[in-house]
Design a protein around this ligand. Structure first.
Ligand SMILES: C[S@@+](CC[C@H](N)C(=O)[O-])C[C@H]1O[C@@H](n2cnc3c(N)ncnc32)[C@H](O)[C@@H]1O
Length: 305
């Protein structure tokens, strides 16, 4: 089997398994799933919006969306929410995992929605030109190697007044954290009491150090994870007209709280205080340019070449 197909198989297997877990167990993994953290993001980065998709809803107000497309739609959480928020007549979702396609179509039928999930690889996607009024990518771009191909397809597939909306990790490729990021994360971790440091992806072991993950580990378990994340914005802006960039930072909290966020009880005043303090600290680091924003929302429109 050639490298392209073997990588595709690894990626498909990975997403079949993790999406099944997501659908069946709804695990708490990432900082933004915590209500205190998501409230902080909404209030301090998103102008008081109720969440990322509300930013899009506000941007699309008054626009007619005949055809929408989501790139890498998973089990359909984003598509279902968007369908609720915006008036979309025809909605297609492209997804590499056959499990996600099956669950997405099942959920769409259960809710009687006109959302169709189709299996496809975004690296080799061919789209009809001048077709979509809205194309959305929520957390899928950092899995794409052939960014130039994908963005050129997106640009030509947008209708005249079409909008491309992305919400993604755009930090160091393969999550190779900078020295500054590692230093800040490990300094904070060293202050954590044991009860904040149990780590779900390490069998709830207490873990107070974050080490760089060797690239070979990514290649073995998921060669797509963050593959060209640091280049996403640059490649996107050569192909599309970027209208707005909204930073949501997460350059410390993403890795610091990954697999540790379940230790923070949102009904506990002290836990909420600690989380809010860390969110504020991260924002100050970003405001004073100590760290870049690793997670960003981008709104773009068609570029005439
Ligand atoms: C972080 S999840 C986001 C899922 C969804 N957008 C959401 O908001 O719930 C990334 C998704 O991208 C999909 N994906 C990764 N690489 C892909 C590729 N090359 N082609 C199509 N989908 C891909 C994965 O299967 C996964 O469902």
């Amino acid at each position: 089997m050639d490298q392209q197909h073997s990588e595709k198989n690894i990626v498909q297997r990975k997403w079949n398994a993790s999406s099944r877990d997501k659908y069946e167990n709804r695990p708490l993994r990432f900082a933004w799933q915590n209500p205190t953290v998501s409230r902080f993001i909404n209030n301090h980065y998103l102008d008081g919006s109720y969440g990322v998709m509300y930013v899009l809803k506000n941007y699309m107000e008054e626009r007619i969306i005949n055809k929408a497309l989501e790139l890498g739609g998973g089990i359909g959480d984003t598509a279902l929410q968007l369908h609720d928020l915006c008036d979309i007549r025809e909605f297609t979702v492209i997804e590499i995992s056959d499990y996600c396609v099956e669950i997405g179509n099942k959920r769409s039928a259960e809710h009687n929605l006109n959302i169709q999930f189709i299996q496809g690889d975004l690296n080799y996607l061919e789209l009809p030109s001048d077709t979509y009024d809205l194309i959305v990518a929520n957390g899928s771009l950092h899995h794409i190697n052939r960014l130039e191909h994908l963005f050129s397809q997106v640009n030509s597939a947008l209708s005249d007044s079409g909008v491309f909306f992305a919400n993604d990790y755009m930090g160091p490729s393969y999550m190779q954290w900078t020295k500054v990021q590692l230093h800040i994360m490990n300094s904070i971790l060293s202050c954590f009491p044991d009860r904040y440091a149990t780590t779900s992806h390490r069998n709830n072991e207490i873990c107070k150090t974050i080490k760089p993950i060797p690239i070979e580990i990514f290649q073995k378990y998921d060669p797509s994870e963050g593959v060209r994340a640091a280049e996403i914005f640059k490649v996107m802006s050569t192909h599309l007209n970027v209208e707005r960039v909204i930073p949501i930072c997460h350059s410390i909290l993403y890795e610091l709280l990954r697999g540790r966020i379940h230790n923070f009880d949102d009904d506990d005043l002290q836990d909420r205080f600690v989380l809010e303090l860390m969110c504020m600290f991260e924002k100050i680091l970003y405001d004073y340019a100590v760290v870049d924003s690793d997670f960003n929302l981008v709104i773009a429109e068609r570029k005439l070449h």
